[in-house]
Design a protein around this ligand. Structure first.
Ligand code: C5J
Length: 221
């Protein structure tokens, strides 16, 4: 068992029963010209988590930990994209429209790919999800159950949308989740701070938070 300092109290997990879940580190969210930018966001703050996440991923892989990557996106005919999702707001480009990195949030397009620094390795789980939560309309729960996973270390973007939605879905399914503070980011600083606070409030009502250095230290000792 590994115990590390976390908020609101120490987090304990067994390596063999824990997955590192990396949410939507796709070019469409972190690079200019993608879906995130089409909504009017400055994507640069999201790029800052690539380096710490890369270091954590390397240590987690070296320790033999299970890795799950998710990608938000839709099939080319958009039959899995509810019109309400596509029509929401007045973005410069909508889901499925052609941008500089191909059609926004469409499977197989350059923008749909995970950034090269965090690219999945053979044997790692890759979940394509049409929604914000990684459990909705995906095989994620079956993949976790098949591996005996009970605990999730959660990272990725954006903190208050796909990351938080996934943590809430996981929490309701009985997983103990730790959100990695420096390995998640939002286009809105205040939303990230609020999400970290609400996750760990009320005695870890959704889960725990800790910096990735706490995991790195624990793995090294
Ligand atoms: C959003 C996500 N923000 N991955 N997706 O639309 O958080």
């Amino acid at each position: 068992m590994i115990t590390l300092p976390a908020q609101p109290f120490a987090y304990t997990f067994e390596l063999a029963r824990t997955a590192l879940v990396i949410i939507d580190m796709q070019r469409d969210f972190v690079e200019p010209g993608g879906f995130g930018a089409s909504l009017g966001n400055d994507v640069r703050p999201l790029q800052a988590i690539i380096a710490p996440l890369q270091a954590l991923l390397a240590a987690w892989r070296a320790a033999g930990g299970c890795v799950v990557h998710t990608r938000e996106g839709h099939v080319p005919d958009l039959s899995d994209c509810p019109p309400a999702k596509r029509d929401r707001g007045q973005p410069a480009l909508r889901i499925g429209d052609a941008g500089p990195m191909g059609r926004l949030l469409v499977h197989g397009e350059p923008g749909h790919a995970i950034v090269p620094e965090l690219a999945p390795q053979p044997g790692e789980v890759v979940i394509d999800k049409p929604g914000k939560g990684a459990f909705y309309a995906t095989p994620l729960q079956a993949e976790l159950q098949a591996r005996g996973i009970t605990h999730l270390l959660v990272a990725g973007v954006t903190t208050e949308v796909c990351v938080q939605t996934t943590m809430r879905e996981a929490n309701d399914r009985g997983y103990d989740c730790l959100l990695l503070e420096d390995c998640t980011e939002s286009y809105f600083l205040a939303f990230k701070a609020a999400t970290l606070a609400m996750v760990r409030a009320q005695g870890a009502i959704v889960g725990w938070t800790a910096p990735s250095t706490a995991v790195l230290k624990a793995l090294a000792s």
